[in-house]
Design a protein around this ligand. Structure first.
Ligand code: GTB
Length: 217
């Protein structure tokens, strides 16, 4: 059955793989599932046809036959459940890998997104200043201190590479350009290990190709 995902027609990151379709592309590449991509404009994302698929008018979405999903955590989980390669067979190891998926999205990502959005959503507030940004940066550091301590010198968070690592690497990549990740050599190496995976590279090249095609064409 054909899998179709949605992605930005013009990603604001210019193809750096920071938009969330990259997570889904990477998961599909890891499990060897071909997929098609429907590109959507910012306007189309808010129109009824897309809102039927995604109540919040966002990307990515996932369609497979009569199944339509949104939310990258749910999509990656669905892919990992249906195909081998992203979750261990052992029940306890599997539950722990799923725990890391939630940890990436619920515990590590929120302070990163808040910091990323502060310059856009808070800049007109009287209390928006350097002190506020330092506060937000330090909240990220608190999480990374803990994550770094847990990872230690291991390659992945819990044994073999899993969907938990896939989401955690993608979340940490959002720190690109902030200099914060570089304060944690083991986390930087962890992200680099994820980016070195052949499936990651195929997914990255595919999302970049959208940008190069639209910017030169
Ligand atoms: N919780 C949802 C999920 O995980 O699927 C969040 C989905 C989401 O935030 N989608 C964003 C979106 O559609 C794109 S990924 N935004 C449009 C809107 O809300 O109207 C967020 C994103 C966008 C761009 C960059 N970038 O260019 O660097 C990075 C991340």
């Amino acid at each position: 059955m054909t899998i179709t995902i949605t992605a930005f027609e013009r990603s604001p990151d210019g193809g750096k793989g920071l938009a969330r379709d990259m997570r889904v592309r990477w998961a599909l590449e890891e499990v060897g599932q071909p997929y098609e991509v429907r590109l959507v404009s910012f306007r189309a994302m808010k129109e009824p046809a897309h809102l039927t698929l995604h109540p919040f008018g966002q990307i990515p979405t996932y369609e497979e036959g009569d199944l339509a999903l949104f939310e990258t955590g749910a999509i990656v989980f669905h892919i990992a459940e249906r195909h081998g390669g992203l979750l261990p067979d052992d029940a306890h190891a599997r539950a722990r890998a799923i725990t890391w998926m939630f940890a990436a999205l619920n515990t590590v990502e929120p302070p990163i997104v808040e910091r990323e959005q502060a310059p856009y959503v808070e800049r007109d507030e009287t209390w928006y200043n350097e002190e506020r940004l330092t506060f937000l940066d330090d909240r990220i550091r608190a999480r990374l201190d803990e994550l770094s301590a847990r990872l230690g010198e291991a390659d992945w968070l819990d044994g073999a590479f899993s969907a938990g690592d896939l989401l955690m690497v993608m979340v940490l990549r959002r720190l690109d350009g902030t200099g914060i990740l570089e304060e944690y050599p083991n986390l930087s190496a962890y992200v680099a290990r994820g980016e070195a995976r052949p499936a990651y590279k195929r997914a990255f090249d595919a999302q970049l190709a959208v940008f190069t095609a639209t910017s030169t064409g």
